[in-house]
Ligand binder design. Structure first.
Ligand SMILES: Nc1ncnc2c1ncn2[C@@H]1O[C@H](COP(=O)(O)OP(=O)(O)OP(=O)(O)O)[C@@H](O)[C@H]1O
Ligand SMILES: [Mg+2]
Ligand SMILES: [Zn+2]
Length: 530
């Protein structure tokens, strides 16, 4: 029967455990000096060696001929423990047995001395899953543990463990396993299995596994199912991440502000069933590299990438400012959080990239905007203190407005929306806007995302769209896009309309328009402004 690699290569001694020397050395020293604790708590992220170390420790405590704090693996105790045939080492998986009864059994059993071993060892895995009652029962025993009983608790979620339990345990924090340690282990396993594993492929697996050895070995397993020659391409296919070329294409398109190219790459990747969330994570990982290359150019070890990629990363770092890089990363991170929640992952990814290629929000411009807004606020307060002056009315005000306009609305700003000749009563009818949007998403998926949160009214042969996205206003100037939108409307309503659009949000940089209008107002009112 095939045994998964991560099981087959579970370390048997502390010396086999990688990347956790602070833990394995301490435990070995305790064992050598006979100064072990009553209760241990192992915590840390998935697949870092908690259960593995718990089992090694349980064996080492009872081994008849321990070697340097390691279990000998040869005595009858070690052998039976490996066969799961030792009544004195008891593993409880709280994830499946979370009832009080199991802990009660444990409590009753704990009073009896060990059958064959020096210690009765209880390994309670995923201890945070125990019910409250079970926790309390466990606490009872741990308050006055019989001298022949040891507890090893393991959890990924330390914050869910009661403080009363924590305070009775010696705590060990397992680190994420270093990428180079994972790579070495993968190369070792591949060697044992007579598998040809390219080093850059192993490095990519290590990176994808994010510090978890189990995930790394599972991914290697999947790759081996494809081929006995595990290359970068195979890993990238098995992990569902985009091959490296497209990722760099997208990064460079962002630097070039070339939205069309970015959309082209997404379209291609989507067609190849690439996972959009993974792609987003990969973009973040690569942009982190760009950030590192910018911040500490002399320190190439900080880059988690393949040697062949360093040149391209450095070129990107040279082209972008530190602030731009931070701004891009910030936008990517936010989209990554959203992508996890929405079902239309592609649209989210596209919106994010369009944002990055077009109105790039940098930390710098963000700060500048904040300054502008503060000034506006100050001036508005001073204006509010002035006696009311008749304000010149706009020629027309839309009847239904999804968002309140700024109090001092600038004059008509966008050419795409020449709605000034239309009267308010022209737009009273509701549209089937949601249905239209859905249809539009089918016909023109790359643009439809820009219409998120929009609404529309119709009348007199016109359809008026209120959108928060100035970007959509640009897209609509493109004849092809406008035609597709018209078609979506035609399909849903069975009628043709002239499309008009109106931007409702203060835009990036719109701060200065707003400032201008407030400044004008202030001057009209004789408020001194510098
Ligand atoms: N530090 C390590 N050194 C070598 N191999 C490891 C290490 N940590 C984990 N592994 C590999 O991953 C597998 C799973 O490890 P283990 O069960 O100890 O993880 P865990 O920390 O208990 O994870 P979980 O929180 O998911 O239970 C092991 O069988 C082994 O193959
Ligand atoms: Mg475990
Ligand atoms: Zn032994």
């Amino acid at each position: 029967m095939y045994k998964a690699l991560y099981r087959k290569y579970r370390p048997m001694t502390f010396d086999d455990v990688v990347s956790q020397p602070h833990i394995t050395t301490t435990l070995r020293n305790q064992l050598i000096n006979g100064k072990t604790a009553h209760a241990y708590l192992f915590t840390g992220s998935r697949g870092t060696g908690k259960t593995t170390c718990a089992r090694i420790l349980a064996k080492a405590l009872n081994c008849l001929h321990p070697v340097d704090g390691n279990p000998c693996l040869e005595c009858e105790i070690c052998r039976d423990a490996d066969e799961n045939a030792l009544a004195d080492i008891i593993e409880i998986d709280a994830a499946s047995n979370n009832g009080v009864d199991d802990v009660r059994d444990l409590r009753d059993g704990a009073v009896y001395t060990a059958e064959r071993c020096k210690y009765k060892v209880y390994i309670i895995d995923e201890v945070h899953m125990l019910s409250k009652e079970a926790f309390n029962a466990l606490l009872k025993i741990m308050e006055e543990p019989p001298p022949h009983v040891k507890f090893i608790l393991a959890t990924t979620e330390i914050h869910k463990v009661l403080p009363t339990i924590l305070s009775r345990c010696q705590r060990y924090d397992f680190r994420r396993i270093l990428p180079q340690d994972i790579t070495e282990r993968l190369m070792y396993v591949a060697g044992q299995e007579n598998i040809n594993l390219d080093r850059d492929a192993a490095e990519l697996i290590a990176k994808t596994a994010d510090g978890g050895m189990r995930d790394a070995l599972s991914l290697l397993d999947q790759c081996i199912a494809f081929s006995e020659n595990v290359t970068l391409d195979i890993v990238s296919g098995a992990a569902g991440i985009a091959g490296r070329e497209p990722v760099f294409d997208i990064l460079e398109a962002i630097a070039d502000r070339d939205a069309a190219r970015a959309m082209g790459v997404i379209d291609k990747l989507y067609g190849m069933s690439k996972d959009m969330q993974k792609l987003c994570e990969e973009l973040i990982a690569q942009f982190r590299n760009v950030m590192m290359a910018k911040a500490v150019p002399e320190n190439a070890e900080l880059l988690v990438c393949m040697p062949s990629e360093i040149q391209r990363i450095k070129a990107l770092a040279d082209r972008l400012s530190q602030d731009e890089i931070m701004g891009i990363l910030d936008t990517l991170q936010r989209s990554n959080e959203r992508i996890a929640r929405v079902s239309a992952k592609r649209v989210e990814m596209e919106m994010c990239l369009l944002k990055l290629c077009n109105s790039r929000q940098t930390a710098e411009s963000g700060a500048a905007n904040a300054e502008l807004l503060a000034k506006i606020d100050m001036l508005e307060k001073r204006l509010a203190a002035q006696p009311v002056q008749p304000v010149q009315q706009a020629a027309y005000a839309p009847v239904q407005r999804p968002d309140p306009k700024p109090r001092y609305a600038p004059k008509q700003q966008n050419e795409a929306a020449d709605v000034s000749k239309l009267k308010p009563e022209d737009f009273t009818e509701e549209t089937r806007w949601q249905d239209i949007l859905e249809k539009f998403a089918e016909i023109c998926p790359s643009v439809s995302g820009a219409l998120n949160g929009s609404r529309a009214v119709k009348g007199g042969g016109y359809m008026l769209i209120y959108t928060e996205s100035s970007f959509f206003m640009n897209l609509l100037r493109n004849k092809e896009n406008a035609e597709k939108l018209k078609e979506a409307i035609r399909i849903v309503t069975g009628e043709s309309y002239v499309i008009k659009a109106k931007c409702t949000a203060p835009q990036n940089g719109g701060g200065s328009d707003k400032l201008q209008s407030v400044l004008d107002k202030a001057r009209e009112n004789n408020i001194p402004v510098e």
